[in-house]
Design a protein around this ligand. Structure first.
Ligand SMILES: [Zn+2]
Length: 129
């Protein structure tokens, strides 16, 4: 599975450190969540270096299987300076948003709380600092 994940992630051309963290998080996902993301040809991940005046265009693939723009997870490369557990929690949290299509788990559920709950369930609890 790890080789398949690595192969799937490569075209996104993430910073090598983020690539390795993302591969580890994706390998830890429940298979139905991993299949949802890896099986979506319109899903993209990308990273960028934030800075003054930096404008970053998120690559979005059309059309998504359900119509409209595809799902995208965007990571700042500055994330790499943080602790491993923090980096993996951010990636898991963002993948949870993608899986939930930025919604909650049920009507009225807070999307942020939902993303944290999924990430924690996958083994990536929100770090305390
Ligand atoms: Zn969030």
């Amino acid at each position: 599975m790890t080789a398949a994940i690595d192969l799937w992630l490569r075209p996104f051309a993430l910073d090598e450190r983020l690539h390795l963290h993302a591969a580890q998080v994706i390998a830890s996902l429940p298979h139905e969540v991993r299949d949802d993301l890896m099986g979506d040809p319109a899903f993209v991940m990308c990273d960028y270096q934030p800075g003054p005046g930096v404008v970053f265009h998120v690559p979005v693939r059309f059309p998504a299987p359900r119509g409209g723009p595809g799902r995208a997870v965007v990571l700042k490369r500055t994330l790499c300076s943080r602790h491993d557990n923090f980096v993996r929690w951010v990636i898991a949290h963002e993948l949870a948003h993608a899986h939930l299509r930025n919604a909650g788990r049920w009507p009225g559920d807070d999307p942020e709380r939902a993303a944290d709950a999924l990430a924690e369930g996958w083994g990536f609890p929100r770090p305390r600092n």
